[in-house]
Write a protein that binds this ligand. Structure first.
Ligand SMILES: Nc1ncnc2c1ncn2[C@@H]1O[C@H](COP(=O)(O)OP(=O)(O)OP(=O)(O)O)[C@@H](O)[C@H]1O
Ligand SMILES: [Mg+2]
Length: 328
């Protein structure tokens, strides 16, 4: 860590009756970073956020934000944080301007400063032109942008985003991410976020993966992907048997034939690919490279895919089709 931790969590436990939602977790979040808290449904993500945001008291353990104890100094913690909840909390019968003004007022922003801040916040998310429209007329993406900017209106040090892109179409998700990733630089804010979308977590500086109330892995996206091993090269050739011999004997690669394709496991595909293609030359028909994804990490650690989509899902479908063909 280059900068001091702004969030510190130690041995945090939260029980609801006989359900233990969080089982003794600990982590630190560096100031000015984007920290991703990932896990399947019911893993304990929202519970952890609620404890950090002082909305729930933990059963045991400790947590602090910007040096303030989340249990004993809740008023100071609340001043230091902004929250975008998993479920929307905008008032749909108020305008965009009114929603933000009310929030600024609640957070004690000076009356004379409210209008300026709200206008600035609306401009930041390209909603200034729509400031006098009722929120119920907004699309899902517009509402999400409004909520994120609302969370920033009192200039918090840490912004919690619980599933910020839930229910958005891919384009709105991309737009929202472009804006979220700007926040640490533009507002000097630290982001603590949860998501089910593994490809979104690629933007995080650090990630903690939580499953059944326990942190099962922590690291940067690159570090986590390294734990699943290297790249895979899929190769179609005019003569797979002959090519396999060459790959193994001449190039010393870890190759095998799977489903009428050559399958090569390697640390880094880009390091061996030029020589491989040079050696096999005209035999090569098609080459595909699959780099490990965060979804592979998740799959390996928890035995379940966090959400099957994108490249992962395509591979799963392809595999299912191949299995079907083998049987019929
Ligand atoms: N107020 C509550 N009372 C009882 N049990 C609760 C309460 N809040 C959460 N839980 C339980 O705690 C566990 C963790 O829930 P939590 O909402 O933290 O999960 P999550 O990781 O945020 O899941 P999701 O991805 O679905 O949002 C679940 O088993 C849930 O049923
Ligand atoms: Mg949740």
């Amino acid at each position: 860590m280059d900068r001091p931790p702004i969030i510190k969590v130690e041995n945090l436990v939260k029980k609801f009756g006989n359900i233990t939602a969080v089982r003794g977790i600990g982590f630190e979040v560096e100031e000015g970073s984007i920290f991703g808290f990932l896990g399947p449904n019911g893993a304990g993500k929202t519970t952890t956020i609620n404890v950090l945001c002082t909305l729930l008291s933990p059963t045991s353990g400790s947590a602090s934000i910007d040096g303030h104890d989340c249990m004993k100094q809740s008023a100071l913690v609340r001043k230091s944080i902004g929250i975008v909840f998993q479920d929307t909390t905008l008032d749909k019968d108020l305008t965009a301007f009114e929603n933000l003004s009310f929030h600024a007022y609640l957070y004690g922003v000076k009356k004379t400063e409210i209008k300026g801040r709200v206008d600035e916040a609306l401009k930041f998310v390209n909603l200034y032109e729509r400031k006098n429209d009722l929120v119920k007329k907004f699309s899902g993406g517009m509402k999400r942008r409004l909520e994120v900017t609302r969370g920033l209106i009192h200039r918090p040090r840490v912004l919690f985003l619980d599933e910020p892109t839930l229910g958005l179409d891919p384009q709105s998700r991309t737009n929202l991410w472009e804006f979220i990733t700007e926040l640490p630089r533009r507002h000097n804010v630290t982001i603590f976020m949860t998501t089910h979308y593994m490809e979104e977590a690629e933007v995080c500086n650090r990630i903690a993966i939580i499953d059944e109330g326990k942190i099962i892995a922590e690291g940067s996206p690159v570090e986590l992907k390294k734990t699943v091993g290297g790249d895979v090269i899929y190769l179609s050739t005019t003569d797979n048997e002959g090519s396999l011999e060459i790959l193994k004997r001449t190039l010393g690669l870890d190759a095998s034939i799977k489903d009428c394709e050559l399958y090569i496991s390697t640390e880094r595909a880009d390091a061996c690919l030029p020589e491989l293609i040079r050696t096999l030359a005209d035999r090569v028909l098609e080459v595909r490279i699959k780099k490990p994804t965060l979804n592979d990490v998740f799959l390996k650690l928890t035995g379940k895919a966090i959400r099957e989509e994108g490249a992962g899902a395509t591979d799963t479908i392809k595999e299912a089709v191949r299995a079907y063909r083998r049987r019929h």
